[in-house]
Design a protein around this ligand. Structure first.
Ligand SMILES: [Zn+2]
Length: 469
């Protein structure tokens, strides 16, 4: 399996540190708002990558942090006249609701920054002992001049960064690029006791402390949006590697930007959509298929036309599943067995996904498969029921379990409702016959028994109809 590593800027053979275990750390949301559709893209693509690794029999430990102390949360709490924890708790609940609606498999843990303050203090103290961190009046900064490799992930050079830096002027910093590890408490802000007095952690130190605590000092995959490469991930490397003297991350995976109608999404342009907004109009499966049609690392343009076309794609999958459910119900093992190479499609799917999770090609394999299967089902009568079971298995595996672009439990509900209706119709036909043969006791028994089950029969001129309560 090949994975594109941002760190080396090339595809590399995927060799986890302790196979079959795979540790993945992904930077999660700052919980001060509903997450937007660009974040949803990262979360969904990470979900597909993770599901695929699990399909390939890796034992994945997937951790996503929640930043629940931060400038944005504090600003929002002032605006809304609430406490910072009320704001973060509200949007944490909203986050869990939304990822569930997007059918994202829950992470193994969602560590919260405020629950790991001591671990952060420990890392900062170690960095201070090594004279990599320095304190100025209750604020602690990371001295980037002490980490010669600074810039190795983003490919930026310290000199270029300094000359181009529009960093806030801060008299306390030795170097304009030094970043905050610990911030001195301000009036009315959440704060914790520390060796440097009351204060709160900087953002970057969270991920170092929590990834180390939950996954160890070296992890297999660190993932996040493209916008986090610099400075966030660069700073995480500087903190972790300076503190623990070992390589922090083996593979860096970054998700591309999402534009709306070819423009950058922004609140001021009025083209800002939350995942919630989009879920009002499109199903989770449609949104997932839309994202899967583009490679996770590249830019993606979001438009209603593209989503509508994804929605038609989902319909094609649903239609095949419906044909399959009917086939399983109505056909027997006496039918003919069409000659069809399911394994060829399965192998092709694995082949393209093994190549840096090429989901656009994987989606194309699924639609090829659907096209061929529809043709066989249309051209043959009396197909062996095993064929339909094979169809169901491959769709379940590739489209449902890995990509999540069809919800079979929904479809099964519909299919069992269809079976129920057919059974009721069958009882109505039998009851008709009984009535014609003047076996009223039995025909009444059918009507009464159905009524007890919540099915009301109604005699009309055009025959008997039924209503389910
Ligand atoms: Zn992070």
């Amino acid at each position: 399996m090949q994975i594109y590593n941002t760190f080396t800027r090339k595809k590399e053979e995927f060799k986890p540190l302790n196979p079959p275990a795979v540790s993945i750390y992904m930077c999660g949301p700052t919980v001060y708002n509903y997450f937007h559709i660009g974040n949803a893209r990262s979360f969904i693509m990470a979900d597909i990558l993770r599901r695929y690794l699990e399909y390939r029999k890796f034992d994945v430990n997937f951790i996503m942090n929640l930043t629940d102390v931060d400038d944005n949360i504090i600003r929002k709490s002032v605006e809304e006249k609430k406490s910072a924890s009320e704001v973060s708790e509200f949007y944490t609940r909203a986050f869990f609701e939304d990822i569930k609606k997007l059918k994202i498999k829950p992470a193994n843990a969602y560590p919260k920054a405020t629950m790991h303050i001591q671990e952060m203090i420990d890392v900062i103290s170690d960095l201070e002992k090594k004279e990599i961190a320095y304190e100025v009046d209750g604020n602690v900064f990371y001295d980037i001049s002490k980490f010669p490799d600074y810039g190795k992930l983003s490919g930026k050079k310290i000199d270029d960064l300094e000359s181009g830096a529009r960093v806030e002027i801060n008299e306390e910093k030795r170097n304009p690029l030094d970043f905050s590890l610990w911030k001195k408490a301000k009036e009315g802000e959440p704060s914790w006791d520390s060796p440097w007095g009351n204060g709160r952690p900087g953002w970057h130190i969270e991920c170092t402390a929590m990834s180390t605590k939950l996954l160890g000092k070296s992890i297999d995959i660190h993932a996040g949006g493209n916008d986090l490469i610099f400075p966030h991930h660069e700073n995480e490397i500087a903190q972790s590697e300076a503190c623990f003297d070992q390589k922090f991350v083996k593979y860096w995976i970054h998700f591309g930007f999402l534009n709306i109608q070819n423009e950058k999404m922004s609140k001021s342009l009025g083209n800002f959509f939350t995942a919630r907004d989009v879920l009002q109009k499109y199903s989770a499966e449609t949104i997932r298929l839309f994202f899967a049609q583009t490679n996770y690392g590249g830019p993606l343009n979001f438009s209603d036309e593209l989503l509508s076309s994804a929605s038609k794609g989902c319909e094609k999958i649903s239609n095949l599943v419906e044909l399959t459910e009917n086939g399983i119900r109505k056909n027997s093992s006496a039918g003919i067995m069409p000659d069809f190479d399911f394994e060829k499609y399965r192998n092709e799917f694995i082949h393209v996904m093994d190549d840096d999770f090429n989901t656009p090609k994987a989606v194309a394999v699924i639609f090829d498969l659907i096209h061929s299967l529809n043709k066989i089902i249309a051209e043959n009568e009396n197909i062996n029921v095993s064929f339909f079971h094979n169809v169901k298995n491959i769709i379940t595996e590739l489209a449902s379990e890995i990509l999540g672009i069809i919800d079979l439990s929904e479809q099964e509900k519909e299919s069992s409702a269809a079976l129920e209706n057919e059974l009721i119709e069958l009882l109505i036909t039998i009851r008709d016959k009984l009535k014609k043969e003047k076996q009223f006791a039995l025909s009444d028994q059918i009507r009464d028994s159905l009524s007890k089950l919540g099915v009301t029969l109604k005699d009309t001129k055009s025959g008997v109809t039924f209503k389910k309560n």
